[in-house]
Design a protein around this ligand. Structure first.
Ligand code: FES
Length: 183
C-alpha cells in the first residue's frame, strides 16, 4: 500500500476515511451485527458498502475496515486485490462488465466488448491488469468497460452486467441503444 503522509496535502484531503459520517458508521455497525460469531465474516459486506459509498477502496478504507473488525490491514487488502469486483481506484459512473467465459465467448462476447469500447470512446485493446486497478475509463469519466468471468446467465449469452442490470442476448447492433440508456 502507498503510505499517506502529512507531506502530501492532496492525499491527505482525499482520504476516504475522512469522509465517514455518523450515518455511515451506524450502517456499518448494523451490518456487523449480522455476524455475531466472527466479525471477520463481515469483511466482504463492509467492502461492498464502502465501495458503493466511495466508488473504490483506498488505503484509508482498508485500514478503517480492518480496525473496525479488529483485523490487520493485510486481511482486507488481500480481499480487495483478490476479488475483481473491488478496486482501489475510481472507475466510470457506469461500469460495463462483459462476460468472457466459454458460453459467452462462443456467442461473440469478444466482439461485444470491442463494440462497447468503441461506443464509449475507449481503446478496445487497452490493458487492464486487475488486482484493484480501475478498468479502462472514458475521458469524460462516464464509462468503464472490462471483461469478467461467468455471470451465471450462460443460457442467454452473450451477456453484460451494466452497473446492477444484466443485459442478455446482446448483439453488436443493439449496443448503441444499450449505451444510450446510460448516457
Ligand atoms: S459464460 Fe457468460 S454468463 Fe456464463
Amino acid at each position: 500500500m502507498t503510505a499517506t503522509t502529512a507531506a502530501d496535502p492532496k492525499a491527505a484531503t482525499t482520504r476516504q476515511a475522512d469522509q465517514v459520517t455518523p450515518e455511515f458508521e451506524a450502517a456499518i455497525d448494523e451490518i456487523v451485527t449480522h455476524y455475531p460469531v466472527s466479525k471477520r465474516s463481515a469483511s466482504l459486506p463492509l467492502l461492498h458498502y464502502w465501495q458503493n459509498t466511495f466508488g473504490s477502496v483506498d488505503d484509508s478504507g482498508i485500514e478503517w475496515i480492518a480496525a473496525r473488525l479488529e483485523l490487520q490491514p493485510i486481511n482486507i487488502y488481500e480481499l480487495v486485490t483478490f476479488y475483481p469486483w473491488f478496486r482501489r481506484e475510481a472507475a466510470g459512473k457506469t461500469i460495463i462488465r462483459v462476460c468472457r467465459t466459454l458460453a459467452c465467448a462462443m456467442a461473440g462476447s469478444y466482439e461485444v466488448k470491442e463494440k462497447f469500447c468503441s461506443a464509449v470512446g475507449l481503446d478496445p485493446l487497452a490493458e487492464h491488469h486487475g488486482f484493484g486497478e480501475a478498468p479502462p475509463t472514458s475521458a469524460d469519466g462516464k464509462f468503464s468497460v472490462e471483461f469478467v468471468e461467468c455471470l451465471a446467465s450462460c443460457g442467454s449469452a452473450p451477456v453484460a452486467l451494466i452497473n446492477n442490470t444484466l443485459h442478455e442476448k446482446i448483439t453488436p447492433e443493439s449496443i448503441p441503444g444499450i449505451v444510450g440508456q446510460y448516457q
